[in-house]
Design a protein around this ligand. Structure first.
Ligand SMILES: Nc1ncnc2c1ncn2[C@@H]1O[C@H](COP(=O)(O)OP(=O)(O)OP(=O)(O)O)[C@@H](O)[C@H]1O
Ligand SMILES: [Mg+2]
Length: 241
């Protein structure tokens, strides 16, 4: 199988690592039926890719076979942000290549330096991926990864922007909703929950993300219980990069 390296995976502070660790532990208590998990948010920039990447890393480091599937086909930034490069040089191909060409699934799955962490990156963004996500090839891809890994973490585009998130969600076992602290309104969050319900995608929990340390306590109080009925998973503090 192909290999790639993540040249700029950031070291994150201890408090943030702990928050992601709590999230990982909560995910592992969800039961054997829950394998394909979409990480989603209402709006751009709430931290979906960040949370997906860190959760994938910690889950793999705990010795659990895990794959990250980049399904943000319009605006994936993982390659640029984490310095994804082929170990032997050369081109990398990913989700959109598999969906739009006749590549086999194995050709777009990469081993990484994490022994239990594989990755399907998205390298070339496409303008209108809806058709690709509706294709049988996408379903086949999900079926394959579900059979080969304990967890599949799917980095999705924002729910409010296009229908892609709902489509992906309809094929997953559940979603983790990332909410950006001090930014995303209750109304928007409620709308995302409705969209997930419509897609038949159970909401597994909410991550309150990018909460500034100094305001964390206040924010927790203000928003506590806000997602009534849903598990509140972790609050990865925002740190200035
Ligand atoms: N908990 C956090 N601590 C520190 N930085 C964070 C955290 N969460 C997100 N960020 C940073 O915030 C920015 C936006 O995050 P990210 O790209 O993950 O958002 P996104 O929801 O995936 O956005 P998009 O909808 O555009 O895909 C990035 O620079 C990321 O590194
Ligand atoms: Mg993203």
């Amino acid at each position: 199988m192909n290999r790639l390296k993540l040249e700029t995976m950031p070291e994150i502070p201890y408090a943030l690592q702990e928050a992601i660790n709590r999230l990982r532990v909560n995910v592992s208590f969800l039961g054997n039926e829950i394998k394909k998990i979409m990480i989603v948010s209402a709006l751009p920039n709430e931290g979906k890719s960040f949370v997906t990447m860190q959760l994938w890393k910690q889950m793999a480091e705990s010795g659990t076979p895990t794959i990250l599937l980049d399904a943000d086909l319009r605006k994936s930034v993982l390659q640029e942000k984490y310095g994804i490069a082929a170990e032997q040089g050369g081109d990398i191909r990913g989700t959109s290549h598999y969906l739009s060409q006749k590549l086999s699934i194995e050709e777009v799955i990469y081993h990484t330096e994490l022994e239990c962490g594989d990755l399907i990156p998205n390298i070339d963004n496409v303008i209108n991926p809806s058709m690709l996500l509706e294709s049988e090839r996408f379903e086949q891809l999900l079926k394959y990864v579900e059979e080969h890994y304990r967890y599949v973490f799917i980095d999705a585009p924002p729910l409010e922007m296009v229908g892609d998130g709902e489509k992906i969600g309809s094929l997953c076992d559940g979603a983790i909703l990332v909410v950006r602290g001090q930014a995303t309104s209750k109304k928007i969050v409620k709308n995302s929950i409705r969209q997930l319900q419509r897609a038949g995608c159970p909401l597994l929990g909410v991550v309150l993300n990018r909460v500034e340390v100094s305001k964390g306590k206040y924010y927790y109080k203000k928003y506590g219980g806000k997602y009534g009925g849903y598990n509140y998973y972790a609050d990865p503090y925002y740190y200035k990069e």
